[in-house]
Design a protein around this ligand. Structure first.
Ligand code: SF4
Length: 376
């Protein structure tokens, strides 16, 4: 019978009940086999490319959103070599709408490193995987566990929530001190050396499944949970307090003016710098205020009056962006029936119906879709 590996990664004595440390893995594995998820598109394979692709997409994004993106990526890039050989623009366009675009740039770079430096094969160890672009400690552990049967632990937001509740871990898990304590705890409960590769996969999947199904952020379904009898949060009625919330801090607001320059049914898009928000995506030209916006419009040949559209906001992790869109219409007839790239591919006239072929950030895309609807 497999056991947790508490002996190899010792916790301070007495901090958690030893029987709950010892029994965690077998109970979770048994529950996962009976009640967990078994038919997700990236399951039932040991193909590291597919597993890696899914794990990167699943960082900060829900399963239901990821499924169609995953299918489209695999259809277009069936192998790591195909992804490595694709232009970054194609990858960004296919990623548009999934958010956290650094993931897409790292995905592309990682594919190139694997294709060029590892002969198209992903490293099989957590350490080797964690050296690749975009793969942190938890993602490396997930890939190593699913693809190669490594006894490594994941520790994403879902797992932190489960551990905080089952073991009563106090403090905000985003705080380094608390996170380090959680890594020690998580490493002490992975299946022991006697676990099979299938046990290890079921364990890792079980951690994900429990956090995503029964032990969600809202009201957890404790009555169906394999840990209900011992879970600190459940037995003390502290499900809402564990894990501790992020200490409150105000999110700063920034403001930007976006230029919607129209020539017939084509809009001027500008490629954003490779780093920073929406890095490498195509967006509307921006300015810091109304006067700077008029100057930018003029530089593109637009001397007419700018008409305001309804302002809107977009919230990023660290700040809120208030957006003031202004429309300037031209009659250059510079645009043709298909997209026309200018300035070494840094700007482009794009017919509104062809926006899909460009990687455009979701809020800008929504604005342009609305505009297209009103022009038809
Ligand atoms: S008993 Fe409830 S709070 Fe505890 S781990 Fe299970 S679902 Fe989460």
């Amino acid at each position: 019978m497999y056991r947790s590996s508490s002996t190899s990664n010792a916790l301070p004595a007495g901090i958690y009940p030893p029987e709950l440390i010892e029994s965690f893995a077998p109970r979770l594995i048994a529950w996962q086999r009976k009640h967990g998820r078994h038919d997700l598109p990236w399951q039932n394979t040991r193909d590291a490319y597919r597993i890696w692709l899914s794990e990167i997409m699943l960082q900060q994004t829900q399963v239901g959103t990821v499924i169609p993106y995953y299918a489209r990526f695999l259809e277009r890039f069936p192998t790591v070599e195909a992804l490595a050989a694709a232009p970054l623009d194609d990858v960004m366009a296919l990623w548009a709408g999934l958010g956290y675009y650094t993931r897409a740039r790292n995905l592309h770079r990682c594919a190139q490193v694997v294709a060029q430096e590892h002969g198209g094969r992903f490293p099989s160890t957590v350490e080797g995987l964690a050296e690749l672009p975009g793969i942190g400690r938890s993602t490396a552990a997930a890939i190593a566990s699913f693809a190669f049967g490594a006894r490594a632990t994941i520790l994403d937001g879902n797992v932190k929530r489960v551990l905080a509740r089952v073991y009563g871990v106090e403090g905000f898990p985003g705080e380094k001190r608390v996170e380090n304590a959680m890594w020690t705890l998580a490493e002490s409960i992975v299946p022991g050396a006697d676990a099979s590769d299938a046990d290890v996969s079921a364990y890792t999947q079980g951690l994900m499944d429990l956090g995503a199904t029964l032990c969600g952020r809202g009201k957890p379904d404790c009555a169906r949970c394999p840990f209900a009898a011992d879970c600190v949060a459940n037995t003390t009625g502290r499900q809402r307090e564990l894990p501790a919330a992020r200490p409150k801090k105000t999110v700063p607001t920034r403001r930007t003016w976006m230029l919607v320059l129209l020539d017939g049914d084509a809009v001027m898009l500008e490629k954003r710098p490779p780093t920073g928000i929406w890095g490498g995506l195509w967006s509307l030209p921006e300015a810091a205020d109304e006067a700077a916006l008029a100057e930018r419009a003029q530089s593109f040949g637009g001397a007419g009056q700018a008409s305001p559209l309804a302002p809107f906001s977009h919230t990023f992790t660290h700040f809120k962006l208030d957006i003031e869109p202004r429309v300037v219409e031209l009659a250059l007839k510079a645009s043709s029936t298909s997209a026309l790239e200018l300035n070494d591919g840094q700007t482009a006239w794009v017919p509104l119906r062809e926006i899909d072929a460009f990687g455009v950030p979701a809020p800008v895309r929504k604005l342009l879709d609305g505009l297209r609807g009103s022009l038809i």
